[in-house]
Design a protein. Structure first.
Length: 281
């Protein structure tokens, strides 16, 4: 069965703040391998082959305050994914505080090969519906993302990185986005784990243009968190969040997911079909 991992963090390690990078390193005996695949797309593509993954979404976002990433992170990941743009799906971001024209920057990212945008409310320190309070540049991001057919992935759920503002990461704050931008595809990353899974489930069922990924959720707990997962199998995307904290191994994550008692049809949709529809080759 083909697999798309929609949520892997291949990032410029040299752009991390030291304390944030230390959290990634903690407890990892194979950090040298993470360094290798972060700088060598060929090595990463081989890693995907070894794991049985056809395509991967590579998540990056602008977060000078919490993680350290400047706007240049977008060009870095766009260049990395040029190694094989059919298999490597570049996610970038536009932070309204760090660009003169947010809408024009979305258009630019589309032109350089960015396939989707990432909003990380707890690391970018704003709520996804802050445009409702008059923050026009955020509205421009959603407007241009919809016009460019670029899905927007919104982090939901807690973060343990120092300085993260978790108040901004409740799934319900994305409800407004789907109401106000009905043609924009929104993906709730992490399904609100570990506090707000019921909110995420409600929203995915409510909005035709909202999906969620299950990255960062231990697969063996998936049906504990989402006992009615089969009901939204058309709207769920597989992801691992590797090499984030708590995700030691991609292949092990896949094997645990395969052991979850789901129908073959639901498993096929989650592992491949839904992401393939949103990100056609």
């Amino acid at each position: 069965m083909p697999i798309i991992d929609i949520h892997i963090h291949i990032q410029p390690l040299h752009m991390f703040k030291p304390h944030a990078l230390e959290l990634i390193k903690r407890g990892r005996k194979n950090f040298d391998f993470i360094e290798k695949v972060s700088s060598d797309p060929a090595a990463f593509l081989k890693f995907l082959d070894d794991c049985g993954i056809e395509r991967a979404g590579l998540i990056n976002y602008v977060s000078p305050e919490v993680i350290g990433f400047p706007p240049e992170v977008n060009d870095w990941i766009a260049n990395y994914c040029k190694a094989d743009p059919k298999r490597l799906l570049a996610f970038g971001s536009v932070h309204p505080k760090y660009v003169a024209d947010a809408g024009a920057e979305v258009d630019r990212l589309k032109k350089i090969g960015i396939r989707g945008l990432k909003i990380h409310p707890s690391h970018q320190v704003f709520s996804p519906n802050a445009y409702r309070d008059g923050w026009g540049p955020l509205a421009a991001i959603y407007d241009r993302a919809a016009a460019n057919s670029m899905p927007v992935m919104i982090h939901t759920g807690t973060s343990i990185f120092p300085g993260a503002r978790n108040l901004h990461a409740q799934p319900m704050l994305a409800d407004d986005v789907c109401i106000d931008y009905p043609n924009l595809v929104v993906i709730l990353a992490h399904g609100g784990r570990p506090l707000w899974m019921n909110e995420a489930f409600f929203l995915v069922r409510r909005h035709k243009n909202m999906y969620m990924d299950i990255s960062g959720i231990p697969p063996q707990k998936l049906l504990e968190y989402f006992p009615r997962l089969e009901e939204i199998a058309d709207k769920v995307l597989f992801g691992t969040d590797w090499p984030g904290p708590g995700v030691p191994d991609v292949r092990g994550n896949i094997d645990k997911f395969m052991a979850v008692p789901l129908s073959d049809a639901a498993r096929q949709k989650i592992l491949y079909d839904n992401a393939a529809k949103l990100f056609p080759v």
